[in-house]
Ligand binder design. Structure first.
Ligand code: GRF
Length: 209
C-alpha cells in the first residue's frame, strides 16, 4: 500500500512508520511522500535521511480548502492509498476527508474522547486523571473525533510534568501507530459506524496495561 505522511514538526511517529515499512513489519508498503505544512519541520530532515521524498506545502494565506486541494493533488499524483497524520497541526477540510474515505488516520496523545486538541498531556495532568495514553483513530472533519482503531493506557504518575508524561506516552505511540498501520494495510478490520472491530481487539489484549 502506498502511504503518505503529513507532519508539522518533530516527526518521530513518521520515522516509526517509515522504519516499520522499511523493516517489513508493515508488509507490502511504501512511504511515497512526507508532506509538511511547515518549512522548519525537523521531520523533513529525518525523512530525507530515510530517503523518502519530501514536500513542503505551506498555507501561504490560502483558505483551508485551497491548501488541502494542493496536498490532495500531491497525494493522488503518487497514488497514495493511506494518509497518516503524524503531528500534523491542521484540521482537514471536508473535501480532504472525502478524498480518502476511511483512509486517513491520526495519533493523539490521550485516551480519546478525553483531552482533544492541543497539549493533551497537560490537560490530563491538570484534570488529575490517574491514567492517560494514546489513541490511533480515523480522521473525520472534527478535531480528534473519528472512529477509534487502537488505544494504549499509560499511567499518570503523581510527580509527572507535561514533559515527563509526554515522553512516556510517546514511547507507546510509536508501536501503537505502527501496529495500527499494519492492521489497515492487512485489511484485518471492519468499520461499523464508530466501531472498528476485528484484529484491534486481539491487538489490545496482547498489551500489558
Ligand atoms: C505526538 O504526541 C502525537 O500524538 C501528536 O503530536 C505529536 C507528534 O510528535 N499528534 P512527532 O512529530 O510524531 O514526534
Amino acid at each position: 500500500m502506498k502511504i503518505g505522511i503529513l507532519i508539522s514538526g518533530r516527526g518521530s511517529n513518521m520515522v516509526a512508520i517509515v522504519d516499520g515499512v522499511q523493516s517489513g513489519l508493515i508488509p507490502d508498503s511504501e512511504v511515497v511522500a512526507v508532506i509538511s505544512d511547515k518549512t522548519s519541520a525537523e521531520g523533513l530532515i529525518k525523512a530525507k535521511e530515510c530517503e523518502i521524498e519530501t514536500l513542503i506545502v505551506t498555507r501561504k494565506g490560502r483558505t483551508r480548502g485551497e491548501h488541502d486541494a494542493e496536498i490532495i493533488s500531491e497525494l493522488k499524483k503518487r497514488n497514495v492509498e493511506l494518509v497518516c497524520l503524524a503531528g500534523y497541526m491542521r484540521l482537514l477540510s471536508k473535501d480532504f476527508v472525502r478524498a480518502f474515505p476511511n483512509r486517513i488516520i491520526n495519533i493523539h496523545p490521550s485516551l480519546l474522547p478525553s483531552f482533544k486538541g492541543l497539549e493533551a498531556q497537560r490537560q490530563a495532568i491538570e484534570y488529575g486523571v490517574k491514567v492517560s495514553g494514546c489513541t490511533v483513530h480515523f480522521v473525520d472533519e472534527s478535531l480528534d473525533n473519528g472512529a477509534i482503531i487502537a488505544q494504549k493506557v499509560v499511567e499518570v504518575k503523581d510527580d509527572d510534568t507535561p514533559e515527563t508524561l509526554s515522553a512516556r506516552i510517546l514511547e507507546y505511540e510509536h508501536t501503537l501507530y505502527v501496529d495500527s498501520v499494519k492492521l489497515i494495510v492487512e485489511g484485518n478490520y471492519q468499520v461499523n459506524g464508530r466501531r472498528v472491530t476485528a484484529a484491534v481487539k486481539n491487538y489490545q489484549n496482547k498489551q500489558d496495561v
